[in-house]
Design a protein around this ligand. Structure first.
Ligand code: CMP
Length: 140
């Protein structure tokens, strides 16, 4: 089925100037960018976005990292977009990410892991709505 997923290019990958290389991977896999914005998250934004992880030991470091510089946020659309994007990203920990995945190629650590992608249809819908009002999504 055609799905939508929320993708974030994190501060480490933006700093490495690889936004275009990562977009090329989305496009090469048949995923379309249907909404996008570059932003520097506030602490409130990052804590709200990662609210499900609030009790996890890595929460504080995760928030600090996500507000350390600008991020590129996009909604992607395509056949099986959620799993397709997760396959492109590779494992959360870049040391475990398969060769040729975004994290294997661009990420340095489990925190500075280059990209975020929604993990399920329910979270994708919530995460897309968090960043994009309906009128800024351009399905095509
Ligand atoms: P992301 O997909 O953005 O979702 C939560 C983030 O927490 C994850 O990517 C990692 O960057 C970060 N993180 C840090 N430590 C861990 C951990 N032990 N397990 C899962 N995520 C972690």
């Amino acid at each position: 089925a055609i799905e939508r997923t929320l993708s974030i290019i994190k501060p480490d990958a933006v700093a490495k100037n690889v936004i275009g290389q990562i977009y090329s991977r989305f496009e090469g896999a048949g995923l379309k960018v249907i909404a996008a914005r570059m932003m520097h998250l506030s602490r409130n934004d990052a804590e709200a976005f990662y609210g499900v992880h609030r009790e996890r030991p890595f929460f504080k470091d995760l928030v600090e990292f996500m507000i350390s510089g600008p991020v590129m946020v996009q909604a992607l659309e395509g056949e099986g977009a959620i799993l397709k994007n997760r396959d492109l990203m590779g494992a959360t920990d870049p040391k475990k990410a398969a060769a040729g995945t975004i994290r294997a190629d661009f990420a340095d650590s489990i925190d500075a892991n280059a990209v975020h992608g929604s993990d399920a249809p329910e979270t994708a819908a919530v995460e897309i709505a968090f960043f994009f009002p309906g009128m800024s999504i351009h399905s095509r």
